[in-house]
Ligand binder design. Structure first.
Ligand code: ZN
Length: 198
């Protein structure tokens, strides 16, 4: 990979042998491997013994989870906050594991909509709750840095499964609870394409 990065630097009009760039291919390779390490992660290992049987069926909410990902169209960062809620029916996930789960899907080449769905779908598969809701609020550098006008670089996406999809009151309760600390920035409808692909 380092040869490719050196070649890329040349293509960009740089001199890869100058002092500041000598170790850049090494650093970029290391960074990219970390930022895409979610491909190698095994969900069951991540959740390792953190699924618990409980007699609790009220909404569980984990708010304001920071995420950092790479847009698959431009390989530029998008990042922001992830909010997760579910209503258990017999099983819960240890709270500290939810941010780990978000990292698994964030550390890949992504589009925000797919990442939102993958987090929700994984929770559904692992603990079969009555419902799952995931909301992602992301800022896309591929839009703000490239000066793409007329498009907001901030996007909100949501995935609502089970009770959150079927029951308006449940969905509203979730959005109300989230609004508490999210500063009113959370909206209930997806913002559409999070990044334009050209
Ligand atoms: Zn992009």
């Amino acid at each position: 990979m380092q040869d490719l990065i050196r070649q890329l630097l040349v293509e960009l009009g740089e001199d890869p042998t100058r002092e500041g760039l000598q170790r850049t291919p090494h650093r970029v390779e290391k960074a990219l491997k970390f930022l895409t390490s979610g491909y190698d992660a095994n969900i069951d290992d991540v959740l390792n013994n953190a699924l618990f049987t409980v007699d609790y069926n009220e909404m569980v909410i984990v708010k304001d989870i920071d995420f950092y990902s790479l847009c698959e169209h431009h390989l530029l960062p998008f990042f922001g906050k992830c909010h997760v809620a579910y209503i258990p029916q017999g099983q819960v996930i240890g709270l500290s594991k939810i941010p780990r789960l978000v990292d698994v899907f964030a550390r890949r080449l992504q589009v925000q909509e797919r990442m939102t769905n993958q987090i929700a779908e994984t929770i559904r598969q692992k603990i079969d709750p009555l419902g799952v809701a995931v909301v992602l609020e992301g800022t896309h550098l591929c839009m703000s840095m490239r000066g793409v006008e007329k498009q907001n670089s901030f996007a909100v996406t949501s995935a609502m499964l089970g009770a959150f999809r079927d029951n308006v009151r449940t969905r509203m309760e979730f959005l109300e609870l989230m609004r508490g600390r999210a500063g009113g920035s959370v909206v209930s409808n997806p913002a559409g394409l999070a990044c334009i692909a050209d």
